[in-house]
Design a protein around this ligand. Sequence first.
Ligand code: SAH
Length: 225
Amino acid sequence: MLSSPSFAKPLFEDRRRALVDHLRGRGITDERVLHAIATVPRELFVPAAMRDKAYEDTALPIDERQTISQPYTVAAMTQALDVVPGQRILEIGTGSGYQAAVLAVLGAVVYSVERHHRLSQQARQTLESVGLGTVHLRVADGTIGWSSEAPFHGIVVTAGAPDVPEVLARQLTIGGRMIIPVGDRNEQQMYCVVRTSDESWRADDLGAFKFVPLIGREGWEDGIR
Ligand code: SAH
């Protein structure tokens, strides 16, 4: 009886609430972001064998040797994006679809690009299963953005870039912002790049993070992963 599905759901809900408290303690203050994290069932976005770890504040492996980002990282990036419902947001690196789900729950119109077909397909299934089938997914090199759908009020790059791709910066609205980790293949500084006019951008440093590499024309060469 203890393992019946009717017991499984409250268990995850309790863990989700505990994670939200933990994120609050780590300095996430935007209640809308915390509410979105309290809403999205992260256990459905991690491999079945890892469900038990879904509410630990760690990155977890997914297929294609990629990772679902750590909850704190998702929260910090989402808070920095400062999403207003109805805004068009581009995500580079769909992965599990978890970050896209959090953005969709916040009311964003989400466009998300992934280079691995299999991950995009799995993310599509998961998003549909939680009622978020409206997220627009595409399999492509996201380092060049999604020009036919530009401009975007926000862009979130969930893999580490060697530099800020200019082509992406030009797909922002004036006043739009891009959250992007920039550094070497192992460690990056997170930047909030704001487009202040047609030809000017400002970058604020949000601290050190670790992401899998952004692979593509304006990213790293396809090497080890
Ligand atoms: N946002 C994801 C995190 C995935 S990790 C989540 O919530 O689960 C980063 C993802 O970026 C990986 O799936 C990787 O395959 C993808 N990626 C790396 N370079 C890319 C590129 N140029 N275009 C699109 N996706 C890319």
